[in-house]
Design a protein around this ligand. Structure first.
Ligand SMILES: [Zn+2]
Length: 353
């Protein structure tokens, strides 16, 4: 099937509407047990999207995914662009409505203290994640009290707080969810809103990080082009996203955690990620088949999603098997950086004039 953005749109939307009304009614009738028959989000809430990388409309179906993480009902379509091969969500929930899908359970927005007896272990793991980010950053950017750091999609801000503590750098975070009240955010200059809506001085930042942010972004090209303007001439931008050409993507298919429907707008492989940064006037300094985010999370979540079949993962109950599994997988995870398991990181700079 080829999806044309124009012409067919009203008819497709109307037909989905009829199906949706029935499906939602059925779920209310008590069949929520199974993720096998999800409803589709109300069609008026979906919009047709062109390719976020090249604007082409011609695409072919790639995967139909569920919200495996939270178990909310719905099925979401990913397509592959026939022109540039980017995989992106289409149709999709409009940007103005997506906030409802990032509730307090959303992992990047979770506070530090809500896992009961496992809280210390969870906090240790989250701090390890931030330490891994910092170690990765320091391979490319020397951080000091003179550094100015921006994190787009900063979530609960713990990475920036760590950067401030460890290096004394000035740190700024942007996220559409307002988490400025969290106690460690006092060291962070926080801006609530979309990245594209922000204004900063040209050439201000020595380092701009996007940790699992770009795949959520509705306007990735515009966002990167704008971030490029904010980057100092010697600055580096470090972008981590899931890698569509990774082992876990092959193993788990439409249950791959990297799809994360409906929040992920596009899923990049190495080629499309390179094309995206280059289209924004950035040049590639380095590319890594790993990231700060633990690949083990995708191993664990992918296995759980396969078993749960769309019923959602109860993170609080999963904490014990999660860490037990990590212990068992430790010998394999020693080689995480060589196995292309799940993540990719690209380091970019301003293109030389
Ligand atoms: Zn395209």
């Amino acid at each position: 099937m080829t999806t044309a953005r124009h012409g067919l749109r009203p008819r497709i939307v109307y037909r989905h509407g009829l199906r949706t009304a029935r499906a939602v009614h059925g779920l209310r009738g008590g069949s929520t047990r199974s993720g096998d028959q999800p409803s589709t989000p109300a069609p008026h809430a979906l919009e047709q999207a062109g390719c976020p990388l090249c604007d082409a409309d011609q695409c072919t179906p790639f995967a139909s995914a569920q919200d495996d993480l939270t178990g909310k009902p719905g099925r979401f379509s990913f397509v592959r662009c026939e022109a540039c091969s980017l995989v992106y969500q289409n149709p999709r929930i409009p940007a103005r409505d997506i906030a409802a899908w990032y509730d307090d359970e959303y992992i990047a927005h979770r506070k530090k203290t809500d896992y009961g007896v496992f809280t210390p272990l969870y906090n240790w793991a989250m701090d390890r994640h931030d330490r891994r980010k910092l170690a990765l950053v320091r391979k490319y950017v020397p951080l000091s009290t003179r550094s100015d750091v921006l994190d787009l999609g900063c979530g609960s801000g713990t990475f920036l707080a760590k950067v401030a503590t460890e290096s004394g750098a000035r740190v700024t975070g942007v996220d559409f969810k307002d988490l400025a009240h969290l106690p460690w955010m006092h060291s962070v200059e926080f801006r609530c809103g979309r990245a594209v809506a922000q204004t900063f001085d040209r050439g201000r930042f020595d380092l701009i990080t996007l940790w699992h942010f770009l795949e959520h972004e509705y306007e990735p090209r515009a966002t990167l082009a704008q971030a490029r303007d904010w980057l100092a001439p010697h600055g580096r931008m470090i972008i981590e996203v899931p890698n569509l050409q990774s082992r876990t993507a092959r193993w788990f298919g439409d249950r791959w955690p990297g799809l994360q429907a409906p929040q992920h707008t596009a899923i990049y492989d190495r080629k499309t990620l390179f094309a995206l940064v280059q289209s924004a006037g950035l040049h590639v300094v380095d590319w890594l088949p790993w990231g700060a985010f633990p690949a083990y999370f995708y191993l664990f979540a992918g296995t759980a999603f396969k078993l749960l079949r769309g019923r959602g993962l109860n993170l609080a109950r999963a904490v014990y098997p999660y860490f037990l599994g990590e212990l068992l997988a430790a010998p394999v995870l020693l080689f995480e950086k060589r196995l292309n398991l799940a993540m990719q990181t690209i380091v970019v700079a301003k293109e030389e004039a």
